[in-house]
Write a protein that binds this ligand. Sequence first.
Ligand SMILES: Cc1cc2nc3c(=O)[nH]c(=O)nc-3n(C[C@H](O)[C@H](O)[C@H](O)COP(=O)(O)OP(=O)(O)OC[C@H]3O[C@@H](n4cnc5c(N)ncnc54)[C@H](O)[C@@H]3O)c2cc1C
Length: 431
Amino acid sequence: MTTAIIIGGGMAGVACASELADHDVDVTLFDRHDYTQFQPLLYQVASSQLPAEDIARPLSTAFADQRRVVTVTAEVTGIDPATRTVVTKDGENAGESTVDYTADYLVIAAGSQANFFGVPGAAEHSYPLYTVEDARRLRQHLRDRLRRLSDPATAEPYTVIVCGGGPTGVETAGALAELFGALKDQGTLHAEATVRLVDHGHALLKPFTDKTHEYARAKLIEKGVQITFGVAVAAVQADTATLSDGSTVATDTVIWAGGISGPPIVSTTGLSLGHGGRIDVAADLTVPGNPGVFAVGDVANIPDGSGHALPQLGSVAQQSGKWAGKNIVAHRKGAPVTPFHYHDKGIMAMIGRNAAVSEIGKHRHHLEGPMAYVAWLGLHAVLLSGIHSQVDAFLNWADDYFHHDRAPDLELADSVGRIAWADSKADEPTL
Ligand SMILES: Cc1cc2nc3c(=O)[nH]c(=O)nc-3n(C[C@H](O)[C@H](O)[C@H](O)COP(=O)(O)OP(=O)(O)OC[C@H]3O[C@@H](n4cnc5c(N)ncnc54)[C@H](O)[C@@H]3O)c2cc1C
C-alpha cells in the first residue's frame, strides 16, 4: 500500500488527489475548509452576482466516487518535510488536540495569501479577494453601503478604491462599475458611487500584450471606472486611503488586489523559501533535498524552463497537481520521474458583460469581445471540470451572464442568475 498526504484542497490538491486515487494510492487530503473553491468567480460573489455556494463544492462530494481519498477538515499547523509528517489541529477540537499524520509521499498544495507588502493598515482595513470568506465579507460590506446609498436620508457620495490593475483588480472594478451603473440607471442610488482603480505601474493586465492593456483600459473607462497609474496605496485607515502621491481619499472600501505570497504554513517547513515566500521546486516538482516531498500550484515557484517561474494560475495549479500525481505513481514503480511540461493555453480576463479579452496559446494571439469570451469559457470549463461534473450548468450561467443584462436587486441578489447545479444536500458546502 502506498500512501500520500496532500495539504490543500484547491485546484492543485484536488487534481493531484484524483490522479493518485486513479492509481491505487491511498490519499489523505487536508483542508481547513470542507469545500474546494473556484477563485476565478470570487469577484462575482463579491459583486452579488452569484451566491458563494455556487463557487464552492464540498470536498467529500467531489471525491464521493474515489474511495481511496479521505478528506479531513483540519488546519495544518506544522510540516516536517524530512519525515513527511504534518501536524493538524482537528476542526472540532481546535485548540485542544493536535494529530500527526505521516505518509510515503507529501504534496504541499497550500495556495497563497494576500500580500499587503507591509502597507500600514492594509491587513486590518482593506478587503482582499482570495477566499470565499473574503468574497462574502466584501459582498456584505458593499451591500450595506449600497443600501445606505439607496436611502435619500443616508445617501452620500461613495468611492471604492481597487488597489492593483492585475486580473483580479480589473475584473472586480469592471463588475462593480457595471453594478453601480445599472443601479444608477434604475434610479436606486441617491448619491454618486464611483470605482477608482490605482496601480503603481502604467498598464492594466501587465502580463498581457500592449493591445490588451489598451483594450482593458478603454473598457473600464467606458464602464465609468477612474484609473490612476503611477500611484500606490500607501496606507489604509478605517475611513480613508492615503495614496503615494500624498493625496487622501475618503473611503471605507479599499479592495486589495495588490498581489499574493506564499501561505503562512510554509514558514513551518524549515525550507528556505524563494521569491514571494513560495517553495522553490525542481523541474519534476519535487522539493530538492527532501525525498518524497512535492509542492504544486500557487505555493510553488515552478521553473518555466527559461530562468523564471510559472505564474500563479488555475491551469498551472491543475496541471502541476496532476503531474506530481503521475510522478509519485512513477516513483513508487521505480520508473523515472519527469520534468513538468506546462501546456500553456493562454491568459484571459472578463472585464464585464460583452467585454472579455484573451491571449491564446504560448504566442499570445489576441482576441477580444465574443471570441475572447468563448475562449474564456472553454478554459474555465476545463478548470471547473476538476471539481464539478456538471460543466453544462456553468456554461448556461456564463452565457446568460455575458449576453444579458440582468436588473440588479440588492435585496434579492442571491436568487438571480444562479448556476443551476443539480442542488442536492451533498452539494452544499458549510460556509
Ligand atoms: C480572485 C482570483 C481570480 C482568479 N482568476 C483566475 C482566472 O481567471 N484564471 C486562472 O487561470 N486563474 C485565476 N486565478 C488563480 C487561480 O485561481 C489559482 O492559481 C489557483 O486556484 C491556485 O490553486 P491552488 O490549489 O494552488 O491553491 P488554492 O486554490 O488557494 O488552494 C489552497 C488550499 O489550501 C488550503 N490551505 C492552505 N493552508 C492550509 C493549512 N495550513 N491547513 C489546511 N488547509 C490549508 C486552503 O484552504 C485552500 O483550500 C485567480 C485567483 C484569484 C484569487
